[in-house]
Design a protein around this ligand. Sequence first.
Ligand SMILES: [Zn+2]
Ligand SMILES: [Zn+2]
Length: 262
Amino acid sequence: MNPNVVTEEYVELQKKIMIEQENIKKIIQPLIQLHMSEESFNYEIPVLPQLRSMPVPLPLYQDALKNISMVIKNENPDLPEEFLQYIDNLAKEQLVNYIKGTILFKTDFFQKEARQIGIDPWLPHFIAEQALRPFMHIVGEYCKPFLKHFDVMGTCPCCGEPPRIGKVEDGYLKVLLCPRCESKWKQKKESCVHCGEDREGKLMYISVEEEDNSFLEVCKTCRNYIKLFTLDSENEKNAALLDLESLHLDFVAHEEGYGDQN
Ligand SMILES: [Zn+2]
Ligand SMILES: [Zn+2]
């Protein structure tokens, strides 16, 4: 299974992982105590990479790695048994590297890990990322009151993820949603979320037939896009699910020549 090729199995796997992440979050929430003071942050850098201490107790993260690996193992028998043992035996410093590698998007570190263990190159990063998400959700909730001060070149002010989805609320300004840490933040001015383009006629909207509550905003300047939703507040879903259920819009964007694949 390769997560870069979206299949029905991949969508199913992601949904099962989301259920597991909710379970993990319920268990860890009462055990985590965050101490951050709003004034200590540089508002031009996301919160997560600025934390001075680990937001995650290492044994809890190791359990999360095991639980996510089990979900993947159940869906994907190709995952070797040895990998689960490998996770079990990770030393403290390795766990710290997994957490830092995830927060700082260190692809090289995880590819080296995969080569050493002898498993598919995408697996260690994918598992490390999915296991950290319940912790990121908790950090996201904690930061909610002060995220509005941040302006992080369009990326998520909490975790640094590039923007992919947003909500249109009364008027034009977008509320951006992060499928990684579930933070929400308001765009400060009407412009491309990726490159800041704000000249008239440079942003275009593509709607898909029979899709009346979602559409694409594409940028002619940077050739990137964002998926936008017009949602009632009562049927708010979490951003990760919204992102997963709107994969067809990503296909449309790619077909029209927008996004990373160019
Ligand atoms: Zn985020
Ligand atoms: Zn742009």
